[in-house]
Design a protein around this ligand. Structure first.
Ligand code: ADP
Ligand code: MG
Length: 381
């Protein structure tokens, strides 16, 4: 299918972005490279994305008159994070094109809806139960068994609002912790997965329905925050294929326009020794595990998002030097490594500049609080 060229937004058009953090910043940089302007909309003062964007509206997300004038000033809208209120995004769709569709946002905000959707596509996830009360938690435990993970159903990120449950954990305390940390009233109980590693795949789908997945990567977390991404994943080729199928299926079935990250668990079947992928969660936006694509791929995840929302053809997801994911794996080339700079680690920038093959990104976010994502380094082999 080919989309009418009248819908293509030419360079010079204005891309509205809800959110002003590092993802919006790197999206704005990619937009600028292709000649687009960006308009950041967020409540924070001096958000780092505005240092590299054209326009800024400082407003709460539910200020509808601010949204009205924002809609008039932009040609298309996208967003950088999935915990944004859905209603304002839905409201914007009555004024201007918004990608990805807020229906996808809604699914990704609600862990029960998200896992129900994934299972409806015959894609495996951890076993789960919806939990709506403390009483409900006890009966969910009977079905899922120990160990399990209790997560707030909405508003969780970087491991917030989560407790691992074993038979020695006080259930009442766990329930209180999960509901108070995120002010959510519902939760999800998931079977605890003894994974070999965590992985992710980012899928892009254009306005014309064409889709591409970036190479599968593995992710190492520390204190629930992404520490390092290894790209491509040093995993059997069959898993790379499985990841592409999963990504494409998810993108196609929900009519995605934009990019979407699929977080995965790599599990090894103890009897057969075979590997399998389980989907953990979805994020309908660029993802920290895709930052390496800025130097590591012909097209970055940020440029790909711009291409999708502007109706442009998708860019190649081959690795640098135009090697496909399969060739890279077959030739056993060393991986590309992305490392986050958390808190004060950002102060080590001078050392990075002296390292061969190292690319430094600093988000200019001000206060280098402990654990805060301040920048990243992509090390090419
Ligand atoms: P968040 O929204 O905070 O990223 P996730 O569902 O991705 O929430 O959980 C954060 C981390 O907790 C995961 O990256 C993984 O390390 C661990 N985790 C989450 N769910 C499970 C599970 N069912 N079994 C084992 N570990 C899990
Ligand atoms: Mg996660």
């Amino acid at each position: 299918t080919c989309r009418p060229s009248a819908l293509v937004l030419p360079p010079g058009s204005v891309i509205g972005i809800l959110g002003g953090g590092q993802l919006a910043r790197m999206t704005a940089i990619a937009a600028a490279q292709l000649g687009y302007k960006t308009h950041i909309f967020c409540p924070e003062s001096d958000p780092s994305a505005t240092h590299v964007s054209t326009y800024f509206t400082k407003s709460n997300y539910n200020n509808y008159s601010a949204l009205d004038s924002f809609a008039k000033q932009v040609d298309v809208v996208t967003y950088e994070f999935e915990n944004i209120m859905v209603e304002p995004v839905e409201y914007l769709t009555t004024k201007v094109a918004v990608f990805p569709d807020p229906k996808i946002l809604k699914t990704c905000q609600d862990r029960v809806m998200e896992k129900t959707f994934i299972q409806s596509l015959d894609i495996p996830t951890a076993k789960f139960q919806s939990v709506e009360s403390f009483e409900g938690l006890k009966s969910a435990i009977e079905k899922i068994g120990y160990p399990a993970i209790l997560k707030s159903n909405t508003m969780g990120y970087d491991g917030k609002g989560q407790v691992k449950l074993t038979d020695s954990v006080d259930l009442e305390q766990a329930w209180k912790k999960v509901t108070s940390e995120t002010s959510a009233s519902k939760a999800i109980l998931e079977q605890y997965i003894e994974f070999e590693s965590e992985a992710s795949v980012i899928v892009a789908r254009g306005l014309d329905g064409s889709e591409l997945t970036f190479p599968l990567v593995t992710n190492k977390h520390r204190n629930h925050i992404l520490r390092q991404t290894i790209a491509p994943a040093q995993l059997p080729e069959s898993l790379h294929r499985q990841a592409r199928e999963i990504g494409n299926k998810i993108a196609r079935s929900n009519g995605l326009v934009g990019v979407l990250a699929v977080e995965l668990f790599v599990v090894k079947n103890q009897t057969t020794g075979d590997y399998q992928l389980l989907v953990n969660e979805l994020a309908p936006r660029p993802h920290n595990s895709g930052h390496w694509t800025i130097e590591g791929c012909v097209t970055s995840q940020f440029e790909q998002l711009i291409r999708c929302v502007c109706g442009l053809p998708l860019g190649s997801v081959d690795l640098m030097k135009r090697i496909t994911e399969e060739e890279y794996i077959q030739q056993q080339l060393p991986p590309i490594v992305m490392t986050n700079l958390l808190g004060a680690e950002v102060n080590s920038w001078e050392k990075t500049l002296q390292t061969k093959g190292s690319h430094l990104h600093i988000y200019a976010k001000g206060d280098a609080r402990e654990g805060r994502k301040m920048g990243h380094i992509t090390q090419l082999p």
